[in-house]
Design a protein around this ligand. Structure first.
Ligand SMILES: NC(=O)c1ccc[n+]([C@@H]2O[C@H](COP(=O)([O-])OP(=O)(O)OC[C@H]3O[C@@H](n4cnc5c(N)ncnc54)[C@H](OP(=O)(O)O)[C@@H]3O)[C@@H](O)[C@H]2O)c1
Length: 250
C-alpha cells in the first residue's frame, strides 16, 4: 500500500522568494501537484503576474524578510483558510554585491546577505514552526547552497550565510525529531536565475555571462524537482540533504 506523502491535494505551502527563479519554479511545481501555495516576496507585481499564470491555487503575499513589521504581521495577513502551513519553503536569498574579494565587498551588502539569508530565514521559521509542532505535521525545506559545505572564494558573507543555513538545518532536524516534522536542506550548485544579476564584477567575469561559459548549468526547474522529490518521500523518510549540481561542476 502506498503511504500518504506530505504533498497532499490541498496542502498549504508557503514559498519565500516566489517572485523569481527557484522559488517561482517550486511554487509552480507544488500548485501542479494540487497544493495551495502562498508565494511571498517583496516584488508583489511579479507575484500577481505569477498568480495569473498559476491560477487560484496561488496566493501572493508581500514579505520582506529583513523587515520586522512585515514578518510580525505575516500570520495575520495570510489569505483566509490558509493559516495552517504544511510546507515551508525557505528559499528567498541573495548574494548582493558578491563574487568579489572580501576587502572590496560593501559592508552593507554583506550585512544584507546575512539579514536575509540567515536572520530572516530563522525569524520566519520561528513564526511558522510552532503551528507545525502543535499539529504534529510539517515539512521545512531550507534552500542552502553547495557553498554551504564547499567554499569557492570571493563570497565570504554568502558562504557564511549558507554555512549558517546548513548548521541551522542540521540542528533543527534534531530538535524536531519525534515531532512529526521533517527538515530538508537542498543545496544547489550554479543555477540560471536572476541571482547573478545582483552580483558584482569589478574587473572580473560578468556573473550573468558566466552562465553561458559553463558546459552545464542547472535550471530552476531542476532544483524544484529535487524539492518535490524530497517532499514526496513517505513520512518516515527525511531527505536530510540533497546536493544538486550541474554535471560539469564536479
Ligand atoms: N542561482 C544559484 O546559482 C543558486 C545556487 C545555490 C543556491 N541558491 C539559492 O537559491 C535561493 C533562490 O535564489 P534564486 O537563484 O532563485 O535567485 P533569484 O531569482 O534572484 O530569487 C531570489 C528570490 O529571493 C527573494 N528575496 C530576496 N530578498 C528578499 C527579502 N528581503 N525578503 C523576501 N524575499 C526576498 C526575491 O524576491 P524579491 O526581490 O521580489 O523580494 C526572489 O524571489 C537563494 O536562497 C539562493 O541563495 C541559488
Amino acid at each position: 500500500m502506498t503511504q500518504a506523502t506530505h504533498i497532499d491535494e490541498g496542502s498549504v505551502a508557503l514559498v519565500t522568494g516566489a517572485s523569481s527563479g527557484i522559488g517561482e519554479a517550486v511554487a509552480e511545481a507544488l500548485t501542479a501537484r494540487g497544493c495551495r501555495v502562498i508565494g511571498a516576496a517583496r516584488r508583489v507585481d511579479r507575484l500577481r503576474a505569477l498568480a495569473e499564470r498559476l491560477g487560484e491555487r496561488f496566493h501572493p503575499v508581500a514579505l520582506d524578510l529583513t523587515d520586522r513589521d512585515s514578518l510580525d504581521s505575516l500570520l495575520d495577513r495570510l489569505p483566509a483558510g490558509l493559516g495552517e502551513i504544511d510546507i515551508l519553503i525557505n528559499n528567498a536569498g541573495h548574494g548582493l554585491g558578491g563574487r568579489v574579494g572580501f576587502d572590496r565587498h560593501g559592508a552593507d551588502d554583506m550585512a544584507a546577505i546575512i539579514e536575509t539569508n540567515v536572520i530572516g530565514l530563522i525569524r520566519l521559521t520561528r513564526l511558522i514552526a510552532p503551528g507545525m509542532v502543535t499539529r504534529e505535521k510539517g515539512d521545512i525545506v531550507n534552500v542552502g547552497s553547495i557553498m554551504g559545505i564547499r567554499p569557492y572564494g570571493s563570497s565570504a558573507a554568502y558562504t557564511a550565510s549558507k554555512h549558517a543555513v546548513h548548521g541551522f538545518s542540521d540542528c533543527l532536524r534534531i530538535d524536531f525529531a519525534e515531532t512529526g516534522l521533517r527538515v530538508i536542506e537542498v543545496l544547489p550548485g550554479l543555477t540560471r536565475t536572476e541571482f547573478a544579476r545582483h552580483l558584482s564584477h569589478d574587473g572580473g567575469k560578468d556573473p550573468v555571462k558566466a552562465y553561458d561559459e559553463r558546459p552545464s548549468v542547472l535550471s530552476a526547474d531542476d532544483v524544484a524537482r529535487a524539492v518535490v522529490f524530497a517532499l514526496d518521500q513517505p513520512p518516515h523518510v527525511t531527505m536530510a540533504q540533497i546536493t544538486v549540481l550541474p554535471s560539469s561542476q564536479g
